[in-house]
Structures are given as structure tokens and as C-alpha cells.
Design a protein around this ligand. Structure first.
Ligand code: COA
Length: 162
């Protein structure tokens, strides 16, 4: 029986859409490990420590969720943590190609670990960390799209950059 799933991502920063996926994953798995990974194609706005802090603060009242980070291959980390599944959220068709490529590469690297795609709630279908950062940078109100701690940190981050 598959009990533990890894939900990997950059989480720069965590959004309500990510939380929606975590909640959905918890209806299937006993435990979800939210793991901040290095995506070599991205240059994060928040440091790893800031992203870990925001995630931990956001999920602190959700049982059976752990926040962690890792270097290296996702499938190796999953194995080390006794996880049998990788969870990814899907919002738009445009994401599918990239997600399929990653899922197939992960399967090639380790056939025992399955990728699960969960559909993001309709409310969050248009959000992404980048679009939220862009709106916040120019003073846009993103309060309804991110956890309170993230809203505060975004304001502080962009105030310090002015
Ligand atoms: N709601 C809102 N936004 C969502 C979302 C949801 N439910 N699900 C994803 N997103 C957004 C994210 O905010 C992010 O937005 P951004 O691009 O504007 O920052 C985007 O969708 C996807 O990012 P994320 O989910 O953070 O994934 P990623 O593509 O940055 O992460 C890794 C990819 C880290 C999982 C992948 O690079 C990895 O596994 N790295 C480890 C190394 C490895 O094993 N590589 C081989 C794998 S093929």
C-alpha cells in the first residue's frame, strides 16, 4: 500500500493553489511531504530558508504534512523518505507537456515511484507563483491568493527592494 507522497516544487512562494493540492493529496495518502527542490531553470526571489519558513507556517495546523528540502534527484529523495508517489498539480493544458516529460523521466529513473496529477481547484486555476510575484511587485493586492504570512513577506520583500 502506498502511504507517503512527495509534493515537490520551488514554492517561491507557496500559494493557496499549492495548499489546495496538499489538501487533495491528503485525501489519498496518509502523509504528504512538501519538498522544496532546486529547479535549475529558476532563480528564486525568496531564499530557501524563507520558503521553508513560509511553508511551515502555512501548514502548521494541517495534520500529516511535513515540510523539507532536498538536493539532487527527486526519485532518490522519494526513495530515501519511503515515499511511493510524486504529486503534481495541473492547472492548464499548457503545463501538460512539461509535466508529462518530468513524470516520464522520473519513471525511467525509478519505475517504482508513480506520479499522480491532481487538478487544482477552479479558484486557483489562473494563479502561479510568478504571476503573484509580478502583481505584488507593482503593488497589486494578492491577499486572496496567498497565505497571510506570504502576503506579509511579499510586501516586505518588495519594500526592501525599492
Ligand atoms: N496552484 C498554483 N500554482 C501552481 C500550482 C497550483 N496548484 N501548481 C503549480 N503551480 C505553479 C507554481 O507556482 C510554479 O509557478 P512559477 O513557474 O510561476 O514559479 C509552477 O506552477 C510550477 O512550479 P513548481 O510546482 O514549483 O514546480 P517546478 O517546475 O518549479 O519544480 C521540480 C520542478 C523542482 C519538481 C523539478 O525540477 C525537480 O524534480 N527537481 C529535482 C531534480 C530532479 O529530480 N530532476 C529530474 C526530474 S525530471
Amino acid at each position: 500500500m502506498c502511504k507517503i507522497a512527495i509534493y515537490p516544487g520551488t514554492f517561491d512562494p507557496v500559494t493557496n493553489g499549492h495548499i489546495d493540492i496538499i489538501q487533495r493529496a491528503l485525501t489519498i495518502f496518509d502523509k504528504v511531504i512538501v519538498a522544496i527542490a532546486v529547479n535549475p531553470g529558476k532563480e528564486p526571489l525568496f531564499t530557501l530558508e524563507e520558503r521553508l519558513m513560509m511553508l511551515r507556517e502555512t501548514v502548521k495546523d494541517i495534520p500529516n504534512v511535513e515540510v523539507d528540502n532536498f538536493d539532487g534527484l527527486l526519485v532518490e529523495y522519494a526513495k530515501k523518505r519511503d515515499a511511493c508517489a510524486i504529486v503534481r498539480g495541473l492547472r492548464a493544458v499548457s503545463e501538460f507537456e512539461y509535466e508529462l516529460q518530468m513524470a516520464l523521466m522520473n519513471r525511467k529513473l525509478d519505475r517504482e515511484i508513480q506520479t499522480f496529477f491532481l487538478m487544482t481547484g477552479l479558484r486557483w486555476i489562473f494563479t502561479s507563483s510568478s504571476i503573484i510575484k509580478e502583481a505584488a511587485q507593482f503593488g497589486g493586492d494578492v491577499e486572496e491568493m496567498v497565505p497571510e504570512i506570504v502576503n506579509q513577506k511579499l510586501k516586505a520583500k518588495f519594500a526592501e527592494k525599492i
